[in-house]
Design a protein around this ligand. Sequence first.
Ligand code: ATP
Length: 212
Amino acid sequence: MSNEQLKIPQATAKRLPLYYRFLKNLYASGKQRVSSSELSEAVKVDSATIRRDFSYFGALGKKGYGYNVQYLLTFFRKTLDQDELTYVSLIGVGNLGTAFLHYNFSKNNNTKITVAFDVDETKIGTEIGGVPVRNLDDLEMELPDDVTVAILTVPAHVAQPITDRLVAKGIKGILNFTPARINVPDTVRIHHIDLAVELQSLVYFLKHYPTE
Ligand code: ATP
């Protein structure tokens, strides 16, 4: 990790990928500057927080001009890419899980799925997208110590017991794609992504806040 990044507070660092993705799209659409209020609207973070976050990046927005998109992008790319590679496991090689195994996360990110687990005999022992699929019964034995993050794409009713085993094994972060609300100790970070809810919310926004 660079010294530069060590100075960024955790809460700010967490918002970095969010800013990065939005700015990449802005840049691709040809925009060269962006105001904190525009950013605020897009990423749903209040503009005072954005201004404070960006001051850590050395980006000082000019009144009436905003921020230079290219400068920010360069900073984010440098900071995010310099981070060491994080090894990830995937639990549940169904339709969604299989898609993630084929998706090359490491192309643009600093994460890599190195092992997957399932209970289905027809999947165990195979390799999908270059990732070996192991028996979930052997999780404690087969999950390498350098894997710190798990993606959960299992049926909702088994999400909690599997999470408990992952936590006992030392997993630090879980990306939960099941609709189950899972409990973890304070030492573990969990992010919930319910695709059905996201889609519903998009439809709601389209209906109630139509774009121009
Ligand atoms: P598929 O099309 O392969 O049946 P799916 O995406 O439609 O999968 P799910 O039924 O949610 O949907 O299952 C996701 C994956 O989780 C499947 O590969 C299934 O074998 C696996 N799975 C089911 N129970 C468990 C479990 N207890 N532990 C780990 N994986 C499990």
